[in-house]
Design a protein around this ligand. Structure first.
Ligand SMILES: *Cc1c(COP(=O)(O)O)cnc(C)c1O
Length: 238
């Protein structure tokens, strides 16, 4: 699932094409989460996660993980790591392992809340597109259900009135934080056009659907009713 507009790549089909050409398939499955990822079953050879996101789940430390065959790790990844020095500290690894103890419960709660929030937002007068793969209106809803069995823990939506209105909306949020992380226990709103995707030239932003009013919402573990009320109040404040 892509960042920030939640488009899906059909892993099974891409893997078939890649393998026929002798290529290996590396899948960035951060947005799918390890709980809902079926990428290896669907043909991916290597799956990567930023553990900074759902795996830590409380915004405490930075890290990443590469899941692959022993042969790939030994022959391809380890020489690269030896030469470049990328290596997680034991304390960070301990934090990530502890995060994994609650990963399943957290992802399920967040995905369920995200589905409710997406449904509540869809059709709001201040919004253009409400993007959530779990909504029947998502162009790849069927693929999302077949590939992940969920719409995931993120929702994106477009504030029709543009950037200033999007900023007013974000500043009016009381529970949801403004930050660039995701997969956190705390719900986080991000304005991709001026932060995570700021460096992209305008034509690429346009091609990717990163509009001036686009908000990416990472749904956390707060009460879903409180989150919906926070969003509705902030939308009214535009
Ligand atoms: C955050 C993120 C990354 C990069 O992870 P870092 O921990 O910031 O290096 C890669 N892919 C996706 C989809 C992400 O959300």
């Amino acid at each position: 699932m892509s960042n920030p507009t939640l488009e899906l790549v059909e892993i099974r089909e891409v893997s078939r094409i890649a393998h026929a050409a002798g290529a290996i398939v590396v899948c960035d499955n951060v947005f799918a989460t390890p709980i809902y990822s079926r990428a290896v079953e669907q043909g991916a050879d290597v799956v990567v996660y930023s553990t900074t996101k759902h795996i830590d789940g409380q915004g405490r430390a930075l890290g990443g993980v590469v899941c692959a065959s022993r042969e790939y790790i030994r022959k391809t990844l380890e020489p690269y790591m030896k030469h470049t020095g990328g290596s997680m500290s034991p304390f960070t690894a301990w934090i990530m392992l502890n995060g994994m103890a609650t990963l399943d419960l957290r992802c399920r709660a967040m995905a369920e809340a995200a589905a409710g929030i997406a449904a509540a937002l869809e059709g709001h007068a201040a919004l253009g597109r409400v993007i959530y793969p779990g909504l029947a209106s998502h162009p790849q809803h069927g693929l999302a259900m077949a590939q992940m069995g969920t719409g995931g823990t993120l929702v994106a939506f477009d504030i029709k009135a543009g950037k200033e209105a999007a900023f007013r909306f974000m500043n009016a949020l009381e529970i949801i934080k403004i930050s660039n992380n995701l997969g956190d226990a705390k719900s986080i709103a991000t304005h991709p056009a001026t932060t995570t995707h700021q460096r992209l030239p305008q034509d690429q932003k346009d091609a990717l659907g990163i509009t001036p009013g686009l908000i990416r919402l990472s749904v956390g573990l707060e009460d879903p009713g409180d989150l919906t009320r926070d969003l509705m109040r902030a939308l009214a404040a535009i």
